[in-house]
Design a protein around this ligand. Structure first.
Ligand SMILES: C[S@@+](CC[C@H](N)C(=O)[O-])C[C@H]1O[C@@H](n2cnc3c(N)ncnc32)[C@H](O)[C@@H]1O
Length: 489
């Protein structure tokens, strides 16, 4: 830990006594200043904290990144002493005062998360090779995407600050967290202790520290950045070449999961000229026996990608490093890099479902609920053959919309495209033909699909059996996406 157990207690006492929680500081600053802080505009926050009482000082030091007089910082951290805080790296001397040595973030209702000060806050200072990442965009993506159902055991691979483990502790009875970095584990242990949590913390490379063990839920925000395999910063670089870490985690998953267990991780994958990216990623799951749902949320071209990750570590574009990275992309015909979320489930079936698809639209949060529902729908579908699908009754999803594009011609409007759109949930939109539109339009939950199709067949003069055969996969697809929902018997 960064502090002794007594030091952690003293820090917790100081923080809670001052009211330095997410709600405490929002109450102190008010909604406008709190909103401004989130946009890195500290003017109102600085004005509201001129009193230098303990809460004001903690806000100035840890939120507004100010250097404050030592007596004020000592009063804010007491009963933790300044010497203990300096020794643990919580504060550092700067000019004639003290400033933040770590990122100490009030988080959630009453949590604290410890990480390193971000590169942007210390321009010119090289980032530690074992920099411990704060709560950034990728971190929040995984937090939001995690299926939060009660489980016995959960594992966070590459825990860093411990923030994923903190969330896991709300719905897992036992939490294990690993990291290859001893330094990261010290931060995670401090985050755990500061929040009164007791996690099993293990050091080692990826799954090595938990070899032979199984968990109900595994999450990982690994160092997924794609490149030649060079490691300069452990939070970003896995040392694996290309997108191999995504494939490695997929291969490890069947050995990590209990029956029915779920694993979710963030990944990058390369788009190679002449190769279908989705096929490439689908290949990661061959032979795993796992259900897999991979959603691609973003795609970046190599230049934007390299720029992003070079800036992330605060390097002002090292031309040699950038050139080597871009050369590697060129040599491997990488034309883009995809970013997304991999969700796997050990359902114990002979024919697992593997779906790798673009899902770029904004979804209704939390995505984790949507992922849980997606696997539920796969269970429902798997339990039914074509006869079972035809025997079920369906209704269109609540609020389902139809959007039409039409062109005015001599005989009036001619419909060019009809699109079904879900205004909530995963917000899918799909172009459909008139027959499917009629099917969905008539899905009011009263008739079994077979009877509905018989009526449609008569109305459109098609053979009922042919229609039923064609409709099976279409209805399965609509159910998978949640555009139509089975009605319980
Ligand atoms: C992107 S950070 C994620 C930190 C945190 N879990 C989060 O979501 O913000 C990746 C973490 O994985 C750790 N890591 C890097 N390589 C690893 C490896 N080979 N095995 C285990 N952990 C690793 C890093 O030290 C770092 O803490």
């Amino acid at each position: 830990m960064l502090l002794s157990p007594a030091g952690v207690d003293a820090l917790r006492t100081a923080l809670t006594r001052a009211g330095f929680t997410a709600n405490g500081f929002a109450d102190r600053l008010g909604p406008q200043a709190t909103g401004a802080v989130a946009r890195n505009d500290f003017r109102a926050a600085l004005r509201a904290t001129e009193d230098r009482d303990p809460l004001a000082t903690l806000i100035r030091v840890y939120i507004c990144d100010q250097t404050e007089p030592e007596p004020a910082v000592a009063a804010a951290l007491a009963p933790l002493t300044v010497e203990e805080a300096l020794a643990g790296g919580l504060v550092e001397r700067h000019g004639d005062g003290l400033r933040a040595g770590v990122d100490l973030e009030p988080y959630g209702d009453d949590w604290f998360v410890l990480a390193d000060v971000p590169a942007s806050a210390r321009p010119g200072r090289p980032l530690h090779a074992e920099h411990v990442l704060g709560i950034g965009g990728a971190t929040q993506t995984l937090i939001g995407a995690t299926v939060r159902r009660p489980v016995e055991t959960a594992l966070d691979l590459g825990t860093g600050s411990g923030v994923q483990a903190l969330h896991l502790s709300t719905h897992a009875r036992r939490v294990t967290a690993t990291d290859v970095s001893e330094r990261a584990l010290r931060f995670a242990a401090t985050t755990a202790a500061l929040n009164g949590q007791d996690w099993e913390l293990l050091r080692g490379d990826l799954v090595a520290p938990v070899a032979g063990r199984r968990f109900d839920l595994v999450v990982s925000n690994p160092p997924f950045v794609v490149g030649p395999g060079t490691t300069t910063h452990v939070y970003r670089d896995s040392g694996r070449v290309g997108d191999a870490i995504g494939a490695e985690l997929a291969a490890a998953a069947p050995h990590l999961l209990t029956e029915g267990g779920t694993m979710q991780y963030l990944a990058n994958w390369v788009h190679v000229t002449g190769e279908d990216w989705a096929e490439r990623v689908t290949g990661w799951f061959a032979g795993t026996g796992l259900d897999a749902w991979v959603i691609q949320r973003e795609v970046a071209d190599p230049m934007a990608y390299v720029n992003l990750w070079v800036t992330d570590v605060g390097e002002t574009a090292d031309p040699q490093r950038m050139a080597a990275w871009l050369d590697w992309f060129d040599a491997h015909k990488v034309e883009a890099v995809g970013f997304g979320i991999v969700s796997l489930r050990r359902a114990g079936h002979d024919e697992p479902v593997v779906r790798v698809e673009d899902l770029r639209q904004r979804v209704e949060p939390p995505l984790g609920d949507r992922v849980g529902e997606w696997f539920d729908r796969q269970d429902w579908l798997r339990a039914r053959d074509t006869d079972g699908l035809l025997a079920a009754r369906y209704r269109a999803a609540d609020g389902l919309q139809l959007r039409q594009e039409a062109t005015m011609g001599a005989d009036g409007w001619a419909v060019d495209r009809q699109v079904l759109a879900m205004p909530h949930g995963l917000r899918w939109s799909e172009e459909i033909d008139p027959l499917v539109l009629a099917l969905v339009g008539g899905a009011d939950g009263r008739l079994p699909l077979r009877d509905q199709l018989a009526l449609l067949a008569a109305a459109h003069d098609v053979a009922p059996d042919e229609l039923a055969e064609a409709a099976g996969p279409i209805v399965a697809h609509l159910v998978e996406r949640g555009l139509v929902e089975p009605v319980a018997d």
